[in-house]
Design a protein around this ligand. Structure first.
Ligand SMILES: C[C@](O)(CO)[C@H](O)COP(=O)(O)OP(=O)(O)OC[C@H]1O[C@@H](n2ccc(N)nc2=O)[C@H](O)[C@@H]1O
Ligand SMILES: Nc1ncnc2c1ncn2[C@@H]1O[C@H](COP(=O)(O)OP(=O)(O)OP(=O)(O)O)[C@@H](O)[C@H]1O
Length: 293
């Protein structure tokens, strides 16, 4: 194989409780994450020399040097492969950026994870899950969960993952006012770092059970994010007006999601909000189900 491609799906924190802080400043979280059926796209092919190309609606202003998480992932995997005596020939990478940047939906982390998956295939790298998780964590706290790409409870700083097999597929609308948010800044603004963890997850696939469960959970980063992006309140009011059963912010923001009872309801809300707010990112999507293999 000399070329391959991977989708880098949007990550959604359905709930995110901040329950402590490590001595090094990183926060301990208890978060339920799931993944969209779409996102960025990373394609890779063996080439004469390393190359990187960016395209897509949100490529403007993004780093094209070694600070782009796609290239950080390439460089880290290559160093690991070479250290183990393997070969990691030059590759041309193409990142199609469909997700807004610094938006709380894991864009850069998803790109890094997709790059790892693509290059492991291209370079015939084999690795056990534990070593791969540790490698991913060196790229960012969200990268291990994006590498797994399955509904999970994320604990520790986000790297301790427990599958959530009974989480059903959800119909969501993502809305972002295109105001980038700095993750460290939002964590720094927290008033409390010792909040209670999430309740026990429902054991059944029932959507009403999950809706009720989610309604009882929180995103502890929402209050500090609202200080920086007041539009978060407006977005949630608009989501409720379009019939969302639940709305909440994902990650460190500012993207919020609305939960709808059907794909049609999410699509209708998408049409309404795109007309009302043409300058915002508004995307209806379906999430992966916990029991898909
Ligand atoms: C908010 C979440 O998206 C929830 O899934 C993640 O916790 C953030 O994950 P991420 O963007 O991959 O974070 P990293 O790139 O590893 O860290 C960026 C910065 O965010 C802060 N950070 C991140 C994760 C975490 N559990 N505690 C933190 O305090 C730290 O200041 C860190 O320097
Ligand atoms: N491929 C990439 N895509 C997006 N951001 C990138 C990428 N590479 C580097 N970055 C940098 O990472 C920062 C965080 O962007 P990202 O989109 O990953 O944030 P996020 O969605 O808030 O992530 P998370 O939900 O993991 O906190 C940006 O400010 C950007 O400069």
């Amino acid at each position: 194989m000399d070329q391959t491609a991977e989708i880098a799906p949007a990550k959604i924190n359905l709930a995110l409780h901040v329950i402590g802080q490590r001595a090094d400043g990183y926060h301990l979280i208890d978060s339920l994450v799931t993944f969209a059926d779409r996102g960025d796209r990373v394609s890779a092919r063996i080439a004469d020399a390393d190359a990187f190309m960016l395209s897509g609606p949100f490529s403007g202003g993004l780093e094209t040097d070694g600070n782009n998480l796609t290239l950080k992932a390439r460089d880290l995997l290559r160093a690991t492969v070479i250290e183990a005596g393997g070969a990691a020939p030059p590759v041309a990478l193409h990142l199609e950026k469909n997700l807004p940047v610094a938006a709380g939906i894991g864009g850069g982390s998803a790109d890094a994870a997709a790059t790892l998956r693509a290059l492991m295939r291209l370079w015939n790298v084999e690795s056990d899950a534990e070593a791969l998780g540790a490698l991913a964590l060196r790229l960012g706290a969200d990268v291990p969960m994006c590498l797994a790409g399955r509904p999970a409870v994320a604990r520790g700083i986000g790297e301790k993952l427990t599958p959530a097999p009974s989480l059903p597929s959800l119909h969501l609308l993502l809305v972002n006012p295109l105001k980038p948010v700095s993750t460290p800044d939002i964590f720094r603004r927290l008033d409390r770092r010792d909040n209670p963890p999430m309740d026990a997850l429902p054991g059944s696939f029932s959507l009403p059970d999950w809706s009720e469960f989610l309604a009882g959970q929180r995103n502890d980063l929402e209050a500090p994010a609202r200080q920086c992006v007041p539009e978060i309140g407006i977005i949630q009011t608009l989501l409720r007006l379009t019939g969302a059963q639940l709305c909440r912010m994902s990650g460190s923001g500012a993207t919020c999601f609305g939960l709808y009872e059907s794909r049609e309801a999410a699509r209708a809300a998408e049409r309404n909000l795109r007309t009302a707010q043409p300058g915002w990112f508004v995307e209806a999507l379906t999430t992966v189900s916990g029991d898909e293999t």
